[in-house]
Design a protein around this ligand. Structure first.
Ligand SMILES: NC(=O)c1ccc[n+]([C@@H]2O[C@H](COP(=O)([O-])OP(=O)(O)OC[C@H]3O[C@@H](n4cnc5c(N)ncnc54)[C@H](OP(=O)(O)O)[C@@H]3O)[C@@H](O)[C@H]2O)c1
Length: 277
């Protein structure tokens, strides 16, 4: 929301704010953003949208980027996010991506400080494999709360490399980014629309729901798996909320899992390949 990597004034800010308000009014309380989304504008839009709500009923997650992973920069970045979000604490503060040149001990020192000060309530890691989670847990004073990786019917690295199982076993919430967008470079006919994936069309027809609802529900039916999706269209948001009105049978869930025609073994440690224009 608010742009792409940089802020884009051509976007309709009010439409974005209205979508966030609609989501909050209709039972969604988890908002996910980053200091880097639309150059910080996304956090500002969220700050405006949440004003009329009780802050304690909302769970806000934001992220510090890989180029800010020194002690001082993390503290500074967190304070800037707090200002843009117009709040005095962040529920979940993620390391957005790893930076091989950074020192995890130093990063954790900054995160421990932010935890002590009450500026952040919990720490998360994004785009990581199991070894990285273990390293952070060695130095953090509070156990990692959540891992946020790309995961959907196509991107299966987290599933295949055991990140999802590790999180479940260790009571770390597994949050999937890009849960419904199945549009990837090299994939013929980009979206989940009818006619793209016959298996999705078949399931949607069988359950009398949309393809997007099948895609989302396949994730939501997995234990300890949560989704963060983006939409500035209230009808689309309702469509996702309505996924609580049906269940995919075990056999059909497994069929989707095994037989979905395109599956990539990448997508949790790096997202560069998948960034769409
Ligand atoms: N940690 C990371 O490195 C990372 C990277 C990327 C994203 N993320 C997070 O994950 C969130 C979601 O990822 P994403 O935005 O890449 O992918 P996504 O949520 O899977 O897909 C978003 C797209 O799906 C469309 N959409 C949403 N609901 C729909 C529906 N019911 N029917 C049809 N189309 C629908 C949206 O369009 P409309 O707006 O028109 O509905 C938008 O174009 C982001 O907002 C961000 O918070 C994290």
């Amino acid at each position: 929301m608010g742009g792409d990597v940089k802020a884009n004034n051509g976007y309709d800010d009010q439409e974005n704010i209205d979508a966030i308000v609609y989501a909050l009014e209709n039972g969604i309380n988890h908002i996910d953003t980053s200091e880097s989304y639309s150059g910080g504008k996304c956090e500002k839009l969220i700050g405006k949208a949440i004003k009329r709500f009780d802050r304690h009923q909302i769970f806000i997650a934001t992220k510090v980027r890989e180029w800010n992973l020194t002690y001082d920069k993390i503290i500074f970045a967190c304070n800037e996010s707090l200002k843009r979000l117009q709040t005095d604490y962040i529920d979940l503060y993620y390391i957005h991506k790893q930076n091989d040149k950074s020192d995890i001990k130093e990063i954790c020192k900054a995160l421990n400080y932010l935890l002590e000060q009450g500026l952040i309530k919990d720490v998360g890691l994004s785009n990581v494999k199991v070894n990285t989670i273990k390293k952070y847990n060695k130095y953090l004073n509070k156990k990692i709360y959540a891992v946020q990786n790309q995961y959907n019917l196509i991107c299966r690295e987290s599933q295949k490399k055991g990140v999802i199982d590790y999180c479940k076993k260790n009571k770390i919430k597994f949050i999937c980014w890009r849960p419904i967008l199945l549009s990837y470079p090299g994939v013929k006919n980009p979206k989940y629309e009818t006619g793209t994936y016959p298996l999705l069309d078949y399931m949607a027809k069988k359950y009398n729901v949309t393809n997007v609802q099948i895609v989302a529900k396949w994730l939501l039916q997995q234990e300890n798996v949560y989704i963060i999706f983006k939409s500035n269209n209230c009808e689309h948001i309702k469509e996702i909320l309505d996924t609580d009105k049906f269940l995919i049978s075990d056999d059909d869930w497994k069929k989707l899992d095994k037989e979905f025609p395109i599956q990539f073994d990448v997508g949790c440690s790096s997202n560069e390949f998948y960034e769409l224009s």
